[in-house]
Design a binder for this molecule. Structure first.
Ligand SMILES: Nc1ncnc2c1ncn2[C@@H]1O[C@H](COP(=O)(O)OP(=O)(O)OP(=O)(O)O)[C@@H](O)[C@H]1O
Ligand SMILES: [Mg+2]
Length: 408
């Protein structure tokens, strides 16, 4: 993720360094055709251009006076704080912050040192804008206003996605080697044990026959587990990828789910019909969405009568991720989401959600999401999860298929 140096911000603050509303050059005489237009700017002059730049910036930007009054904001800040520019200009910046926020002392430091500072991973979450809104903060003094500062916020989700996804890849790689080794070492003796139990079954009385069945059932369960582990080791075999219609995959998964484990659950499909094909292996994508939909159904539970799973697809240009071993960032414009209204992921599980063997279910292996993360990672995509009670979303970003991929 590209970080805007704080010094650049300081240099372009002219458009935000407007006096507070109600002062001589304030809002009453200013033509409000452009929210950040400098009061003295005429079309085509430099200030207008700077204002347009700031307005186009996708990151929230605010200028704040010495007493905490918000002087001006760009549209991204209005969106972030879910308040209009006018409403924001009537309050103090502190009123937007959660209790005891480190932002307050950071702003104070900037005022005292008259130098920019950056802080990373600060939680600005409040009940109004939502919990866990982690941002990187860049604060710089406003050159023309004593004790005034300009603040830029940069939401962390994309950076976090990258961090977490790279960690998952590491976990999946070590699991891949372990999977291959386990499959080899365990499956052979297991088939011997099962065969012996079957032979015994024919030669023993009723009571012992039940024990033989137990041995067979349990060995079957272990073989099943080992086969799931084996899925992690691709054995060096290249997986064939091509143009896959994601809507066909999701439709297939929905039908399988509704015929079985998700019989009582309502499905909502919000698709972008013009979405281009994804570069992927179809069977692996089916595996991914079956795992996600199965987890969603299990989180909703069998007794719920209002269970709902939403499958969405969307085109999000502009998401680019730098992945190891690739010279330039990869574009991941395809977004696929699985949302459910179940109980939500337990908070303490979140940091380890995609690790293998992490489960809260008595009969779960905890391999479902680890496999999902590995497949998505192998495809050059990323997956992330956001969870609250009655709203859990697994979001996958994937590369689009292009003709060049077909030729490869
Ligand atoms: N949609 C969801 N809502 C709430 N919790 C979830 C959701 N998806 C996953 N989880 C949590 O993550 C854990 C790990 O999921 P994962 O699919 O890896 O394993 P599992 O479902 O427990 O076992 P298995 O996939 O082998 O049946 C689950 O046990 C559950 O606690
Ligand atoms: Mg699962």
């Amino acid at each position: 993720m590209i970080r805007e140096p704080a010094s650049k911000l300081g240099a372009s603050t002219g458009a935000l360094a407007e006096p507070p509303a109600g002062t001589a050059a304030g809002s009453s005489t200013q033509p409000l055709t452009h929210p950040l237009a400098h009061p003295l700017a005429t079309p085509g002059d430099k200030n207008v251009q700077a204002a347009q730049l700031l307005n186009a910036l996708p990151h929230p930007l605010l200028s704040v006076a010495g007493d905490g009054t918000i002087l001006d904001v760009n549209p991204a800040a209005e969106l972030f704080f879910a308040m209009s520019r006018n409403a924001l200009r009537r309050i103090k910046f502190q009123e937007l912050l959660p209790f005891a926020s480190p932002m307050v002392s950071a702003i104070e430091q900037v005022r005292q040192r008259r130098a920019p500072i950056n802080e990373y991973r600060v939680d600005l979450g409040t009940p109004k804008i939502g919990v866990e809104r982690f941002v990187d903060i860049h604060i710089a003094p406003l050159p023309n206003l004593r004790d005034g500062v300009v603040i830029m916020l940069q939401e962390r989700t994309i950076a976090d996605k990258m961090d977490r996804q790279l960690t998952h890849r590491g976990a999946a790689r070590s699991l891949s080697a372990m999977g291959a080794m386990m499959a080899h070492e365990i499956k052979n003796p297991l088939s011997g044990i099962r065969g012996a139990a079957q032979l015994l079954e024919t030669a023993v009385g009723d009571e012992d026959r039940a024990l033989c069945r137990l041995i067979c059932d349990e060995t079957d369960r272990i073989v099943d587990l080992v086969e799931r582990m084996e899925a992690f080791s691709d054995g060096g075999r290249p997986v064939e990828r091509g143009a896959v219609n994601i809507h066909e995959v999701l439709e297939h998964v929905r039908r399988v789910a509704q015929a079985g484990f998700a019989r009582r659950i309502r499905f909502v499909e919000s698709y972008d019909p013009s979405l281009p094909h994804v570069l992927a292996n179809r069977d692996q994508l089916v595996q991914v969405f079956l795992n996600l939909v199965k987890n969603a159904a299990e989180a909703i539970g069998e007794d719920a009568c209002d269970g709902e799973i939403e499958l969405t697809t969307a085109f999000r240009p502009g998401v680019r991720i730098k992945s190891p071993g690739k010279a330039s960032p990869v574009s991941l414009p395809l977004e696929f989401c699985v949302r459910d209204n179940g109980a939500g992921v337990p908070e303490d599980l979140m940091p380890h959600l995609f690790d293998p063997f992490v489960t809260t279910k008595s009969s779960g292996t905890g391999l479902g999401l680890a496999l999902v993360a590995k497949i998505i990672g192998d495809h050059g995509g990323v997956i992330e999860c956001e969870s609250h009670a009655r709203k859990t979303v697994f979001r996958i970003l994937m590369p689009v298929y292009s003709r060049r991929d077909g030729a490869a």
